[in-house]
Write a protein that binds this ligand. Sequence first.
Ligand SMILES: CC(C)(COP(=O)(O)OP(=O)(O)OC[C@H]1O[C@@H](n2cnc3c(N)ncnc32)[C@H](O)[C@@H]1OP(=O)(O)O)[C@@H](O)C(=O)NCCC(=O)NCCS
Length: 219
Amino acid sequence: MTLTIRKASENDDAVIAAFGRKTFETAFGSENDPDDMQSYLEDAFSEAQIARELKTPGTTFLLAFDRSHLKKRVLVEVHGGPELQPAGILQHSEELKQGANTEIGPKNYCEIASNETLVGYAKLEKSLPPACIRESNAMELGRLYVTAHHMGKGIGSQLIQACVDEASRQGYKTVWLGVWKRNFRAQALYERLGFVRVGTKTFVLGADVQQDLVYAKPL
Ligand SMILES: CC(C)(COP(=O)(O)OP(=O)(O)OC[C@H]1O[C@@H](n2cnc3c(N)ncnc32)[C@H](O)[C@@H]1OP(=O)(O)O)[C@@H](O)C(=O)NCCC(=O)NCCS
């Protein structure tokens, strides 16, 4: 797998909303009340909410792409001459197996090869830390999700490292996070990467008030 991690732009709101919703529901849907889950998903992963977060100073989304597993051809209609204008020209897009042919004639369409698949994301945010975080110059790792199909391949670890590097680059002294107390595998991963358990905080999912463990890593 060829993994690339890049910062999201304001144009990524719809992609992050859909991906964030799907990965959160897949991870925790079966262990929570469906009404609580639905209400949380609608609030936290609406396109409007993600668009707001993308514009919020101190919030950074990092997106992890697998650039190797699928060859995608995007067919675009070219308006007004040979120059390819990315905005507003998308007419048809198809994911094709590498090497497949298309019936659409070459005259009006050209193909751009793109083989990126979003496989994970993380969100860093300058939020109000719980009392157990003593360092005031602290950044929260607010979300960390990898698609079920890609788990256990090192993507989560690389995203965490990218978050640590980014927070450090921005001058923060600590990265902290909350993790559900029943999410043992994620806790094991954070501990392996140098995060230390420092306390607890509440997390509200719909009407359900849950306990999260708080972990922190000094930078
Ligand atoms: C936690 C998560 C981001 C880790 O990403 P990842 O790419 O699987 O992580 P890595 O491959 O770098 O490391 C694997 C380690 O992650 C942890 N892990 C957590 N959930 C896992 C899962 N469902 N499958 C595999 N590993 C998982 C384990 O500690 C594993 O270590 P192990 O190989 O010794 O079992 C990912 O599993 C995930 O999205 N889980 C569901 C959502 C979640 O729990 N997010 C964290 C919220 S605080």
